[in-house]
Design a binder for this molecule. Structure first.
Ligand code: PLP
Length: 754
């Protein structure tokens, strides 16, 4: 299997420049470098390329007598069209009327943002209205018919960049013109070029915009079509190039490259693109491989409504970010429908189509261009299957392949969904597991993991009744703990009791460890903390490895106490008694991690949370604490994205000192006599797919807290984290530095840049 070559399936984001287009651009830079405005021979030669490119563009677009003006890209084209249309309507606005500007709800952000911008700058103050789409992504024609009479401009797209869904332009044309013959109509054709036939002059489209880098030309060249006799206002004034319509010395290398692409589209070149019927076969083949690899896959658009070069899908239980990381590790470049940030955000395009939240948050887009080849499709299919095997290997999915061949799970795992955490503790010797605060989005993943690893679930426990989500505890318990009697948080009935410092606490055995329940009311009246401890028989003391404290202590924060069942005085005592039990070093594992802190300790929190430090040192009384806490809770930003915040932050996250390595400093560190741990922090399935990096130790970031716990005894050892892009390695390094590790570094830019 070819592990090294890159498979690029992100053509809707941008394409490589085709060698023949690059050669033409290079020739234009090195040989035909004249300024098209110069009247000498070099200038004339340059101008000839420009003229030919424009003629070919006119032919490709079916532009008739319309103008084709070269721009820097589609975003400039969009400004040009909107400015032109709005400057014209401004002169005839009736101040007694209410106007609107219409745009498709799934439009690229460049369109609504530009409309908003020019509407404001030009003082038009029309209302912006998004035209809804149906579940297949088609624009609501009734809405257009209703709103068009009062609209000044309507902006639609020919083909959507996330889903490939195309609109029926002739039906739109009829609908728009039947309701308003004067309205200016802009069509964003960026994703349509080379994928659908365009005959613009036969439509009433006023402006259409295009971008070269979506079809194998370089970045920095695009063009805009303007219908004959349609108003135009220059967006860039100056030396009068482009017939005075768009000033600035022309991007001749870009035009030379486009010229080659147009020749291919027109069949005037020795090179040719793959015909549409073959592209459809490529899509079917990729879809077949995806279905085989991920049987639960859901496609987010109808193939009959979309161009053959785009596939948008979601796999239940796997986020866009996870799939992106997986594909990247297999050297397949794809794109996520959603922004990959710490906050879970979905795709606004899929949201507008009314798809479910999980589809939107798990969306992956694979896209290719008309230069795709059979060989690349075959290789992509092979790699897709390989990716699925890696997921089976790390038990994220259950494959039919050998269950014995799994990477074994042992100890503590942290799962995150947005800013919330679920914790799983696995005792390797007894093959038993405990789950704490199971998030509903993880239900399937947890079940899969338990089955795949042949683990017996002993208990599934919530640390409190969560206000921000419904736990999936009951669903898991109903399936895996049939007949177990518990309280309402899942703590089993009739558990044994042990005495610690004269107090009795219930516990559960998990292998040689004990999970001890400590009531810690405050955030809610039912809040508990769970201590995972070794019981030292001789001293009758406990030595906790981890404390699962729910929303009592949050990283950089304390759980909110402004719910009906909250009590600030109770939180005051809970903090003190928990501190008494576990001390300042034990790792605290809360049920939220809003800032990639992973875990904390009372010591680390006291260093940045003065209020907590005052409570633990008893410098303040419960009443003073209540007063300060109430003020803090007033600052809670109730809802961030789709999440409800469960704590008020006392301080923005301070950066800790970590070493930022580059390739040279890493090599120097590795050549030292003193031992260095080079830790690959990617997930196990990514690591399994990556080749040539086996010399590094793999500690999946979901097991970082366990890694920290196991290295608590020597916090001076040099550790350098490494990952795909340098983002997770930096988070891991920051987290350990905050926990008091003094010699921590990470490789900036990760494998991607080194
Ligand atoms: N419109 C659509 C549909 C796009 O996909 C893009 C690029 O992502 C743009 C507009 C912006 O194009 P450009 O990068 O040329 O400014």
């Amino acid at each position: 299997m070819d592990h090294l070559s890159q498979i690029y399936l992100d053509a809707n984001a941008t394409t490589p420049v085709l060698p023949q287009a690059a050669a033409a651009a290079s020739f234009a830079m090195e040989t035909l470098f004249g300024n098209p405005s110069s009247s000498h021979i070099s200038g004339l030669q340059a101008k000839a390329i420009m003229t030919q490119t424009r003629q070919r563009a006119t032919q490709v677009l079916g532009a008739g007598n319309g103008e084709v003006i070269f721009t820097s890209g589609a975003t400039e084209g969009i400004q040009t069209a909107i400015l032109s249309a709005l400057c014209n309507v401004r002169t005839r606005i009736d101040n007694t009327k209410d106007y609107c500007l219409l745009y498709g709800a799934t439009e690229h952000k460049a369109v609504p943002e530009s409309l908003k911008h020019w509407n404001k700058i030009l003082g038009i103050n029309a209302q912006l209205k998004a035209i809804p789409v149906d579940s297949s992504g088609k624009l609501d024609l009734d809405f257009i018919a209703k709103e068009a009479p009062n609209a000044l401009m309507i902006c639609t797209m020919a083909v959507n960049n996330e889903t490939g869904v195309f609109q029926d332009l002739s039906l739109l044309d009829k609908t728009i013109r039947a309701n308003n013959s004067d309205i200016f109509w802009l069509v964003d054709c960026v994703q349509a070029l080379g994928k659908t036939d365009l005959a613009l002059a036969k439509t009433t489209i006023d402006y259409a915009v295009f971008s070269g880098h979506k079809l194998y030309a370089p970045k920095g060249i695009g063009f805009v079509y303007i219908k004959e006799n349609t108003p135009f206002t220059s967006f860039i004034a100056g030396g009068g190039q482009e017939n005075g319509l768009r000033s600035g010395t022309e991007n001749l290398p870009g035009m030379a490259a486009l010229n080659v692409i147009f020749a291919m589209l027109l069949g005037q070149s020795e090179h040719s693109f793959t015909p549409p019927a073959q592209l459809e076969k490529f899509r079917q083949q990729l879809v077949g491989a995806l279905k085989q690899a991920f049987p639960s896959i859901v496609f987010n658009h109808g193939f009959e409504n979309s161009v053959a070069t785009t596939i948008n899908f979601s796999i239940a239980g796997l986020s866009s970010k996870e799939m992106m990381d997986l594909f990247d590790a297999a050297n397949i470049r794809v794109s996520s429908g959603s922004a990959c940030s710490s906050k879970v955000t979905g795709s606004f395009v899929l949201d507008a189509m009314g798809l479910s939240q999980w589809q939107s948050e798990s969306a992956i887009r694979m896209s290719f261009g008309p230069a795709m080849t059979q060989q690349k499709v075959d290789l992509a299919c092979e790699r897709i299957i390989y990716c699925a095997q890696a997921l089976n290997h790390s038990c994220l999915t259950l494959g039919s392949d050998d269950l014995a061949n799994k990477s074994e799970v042992s100890g503590l795992l942290q799962f995150k969904v947005g800013g919330s955490c679920t914790w799983l503790y696995v005792d390797h010797t007894t093959k038993s597991a405990v789950i704490i605060d199971p998030l509903p989005q993880l239900d399937q993943r947890l079940k899969t993991l338990l089955t795949c690893q042949s683990l017996q679930l002993i208990a599934v426990i919530d640390t409190h009744g969560h206000a921000d989500h419904v736990s999936c505890r009951v669903a898991l318990a109903d399936l895996l703990l049939k007949g177990q009697q518990t309280d309402k948080l899942g703590w089993p009935d009739d558990t044994p009791v042990m005495a610690i410092d004269g107090e009795n606490y219930q516990y559960i055995n998990i292998g040689a460890q004990r999970l001890v329940k400590v009531p810690t009311p405050g955030h809610t009246d039912d809040s508990i903390s769970l201590l995972l401890t070794q019981y030292v028989q001789a001293s009758k003391r406990i030595q906790a490895d981890y404390v699962f404290c729910g929303d009592l202590v949050l990283m950089g924060s304390l759980g909110r106490t402004n719910f009906a069942t909250s009590s600030t005085p109770a939180m005051y005592s809970s903090l003190q008694s928990l501190y008494q039990l576990v001390g300042s070093e034990t790792l605290i594992c809360p049920s939220h991690d809003y800032h990639h802190d992973f875990a904390t300790s009372f010591g680390a929190e006291m260093a940045r949370n003065n209020l907590l430090a005052q409570v633990l040192s008893k410098e303040i009384e419960p009443t003073q604490f209540s007063h300060h806490k109430a003020l803090l809770d007033q600052n809670i930003n109730d809802q961030v994205g789709r999440e409800i915040m469960c704590g008020a932050f006392v301080e923005s996250c301070r950066k800790n000192v970590v070493e930022h390595h580059n390739r040279d400093s890493l090599a120097a560190a590795m050549a030292q006599d003193s031992p260095v741990q080079l830790v690959d922090i990617r997930e196990a399935h990514e690591y399994a797919l990556a080749h040539g990096q086996e010399f590094n130790q793999n500690v999946p970031i979901s097991r970082l807290v366990q890694f920290a716990q196991r290295h608590q005894q020597d916090k001076t050892q040099q550790i350098i984290f490494i990952c795909r892009s340098g983002s997770r390695s930096q988070q891991a390094a920051q987290a350990l530095a905050r926990l008091g590790f003094s010699n921590i570094g990470h490789l900036e830019g990760g494998y991607a840049l080194n």
